[in-house]
Design a protein around this ligand. Sequence first.
Ligand SMILES: [Zn+2]
Length: 221
Amino acid sequence: MPSIRTLAAVAVNLLGELVAPSACVACDEPVGANVLFCPSCAASVERTDARAGHAASPPRWTAAFEYGGAIATAIARLKYQERSDLAPRLGRAMLTAAERARGAVDLAVPVPLHPRRLAERGYNQAALLAAPVARRLGIAFAPRALARLKDTPRQAALDREQRVVNVAGVFAARERSRLHGARVLLIDDVRTTGTTLARCADALHRAEVTSVHALVLARRG
Ligand SMILES: [Zn+2]
C-alpha cells in the first residue's frame, strides 16, 4: 500500500504535469512526468547512486551523477543562465543518493555563496537543490547556517593547488546554536577536489556539529 505521503506526492506531480509539461533539464525537449532528460541527453549521463562516495578525505560524501554530458549542461544552465526553475527537479534527482544518509542526518545545510555572488545570481543554487532534499528526507533546512566570508574566484577556473589555497579560511558558521549537536547533510552542486566541502565541514565542526555527510549533484574528477 503506498503511503498517504506517497499518494500526495504523486498527486502533486500529476498536477504539476498538467499545469506545466516537463522539459529536459539540459535541452528543453518535452519529456514525461518525473523524467529529467530526453533520450539523447540521457545517453550522455552517468548516475553514480550505486557507488559509495570516496572517503579519502572527510567529510563522507555521496554524488548522484558523474559530472559531464547533459548533467554538466543542466548545472551550467542552473548556475549561469538564470535557470533556477531547474533546481527542484535536479534536487529531487539527488534523493536516491541522499537515501544513503537517511537516518544519519537531521539538518540540511547548503554550501553558501558570498553575498556579492548571491546578489549577482539572485539565488544560491546549492540552497535550491537542498530544499527538496530536506523536505523529502523530513529533516530541517538551514540555508543560512554557513557563511562565505571571502569572494573567491570560481573554482573551475583554477588548478588543483590554487583551489586548495582559494578556499582556506573562507567559511564560517553563522547559526551556531542550531548547528551544535546537529548531524549535518552538507549539500552542493558539484564536488571537484573536495576542498570546498572539507572547509565547510571544518567550519561546521568548529560549531560542534555531531557529524557531516556531504551530498552533491555531480562529482567531477
Ligand atoms: Zn535533452
